[in-house]
Design a protein around this ligand. Sequence first.
Ligand SMILES: [Zn+2]
Length: 252
Amino acid sequence: MALVNTEAVLLRAHDYRDSSQILRFYTKDYGILSAIAHGVRGKIGKGATVLTSFASGALYIYVKPYRDLHTMKEFSCRQLRDGLGRDMLRFAGASAGAELILSHAEQSSQPELFKAFEDALDRLESVASDQLSAAVLSGLWTIVGGLGFAPQVDSCINCSKTLGEKVIGCFDLPAGGVCCPSCAQESTGPRIGPKARDQVRELAAGGLPTGLKYDKQHFALVSDFVTYHVALKPLKSLQFLSQVLSEHPNAP
Ligand SMILES: [Zn+2]
């Protein structure tokens, strides 16, 4: 059993017996790690920080080789991100990101994915309300990219021809990108014009396009993409997110 130290984000916490918790972390150096934290709940009220989902910090953990459950020594919280819990859409966006990580991340270091996830959580916590749905979409696309499934939006996924500025293409879901009008005849995917392609490109790069409209179509695209390529099943958190998004004051 070796004591290791890594940057980590707490994904989920479950109470265990009288005073312990089972914690699932996404770590920078080891991917997903589950750990038992003995006696942590007994410390609450004596100055210890209550651990909540999406907190980031330095994790000190005894790792047992070939085991799934390790033992936490200490989690030194650097960023609590408790702002995420004060708004349903922020929280739903973060939860979908976490489920995406849990559904597909490996038990190995993926530093780009770790950064994409932390950046997405920071944006979701701090962004202004009128940019929140864009931050939700951006978070999902950047995590999808971090997992190695970035969508192709600049050139046709079938014939590689660049789609011109005025060309309406279509998004071929099984192929994972846009296709040009001549190749689109074979595809049943949604139509995607130049503006929407620019927006997907910007969202996937972590940007927040101003005046983003058609949130529902954008959400359907990223959600279907995740289901088809990444999770391989509908994620509960995406269904919940879809509901919260449709009730958001800035929804179309
Ligand atoms: Zn083509």
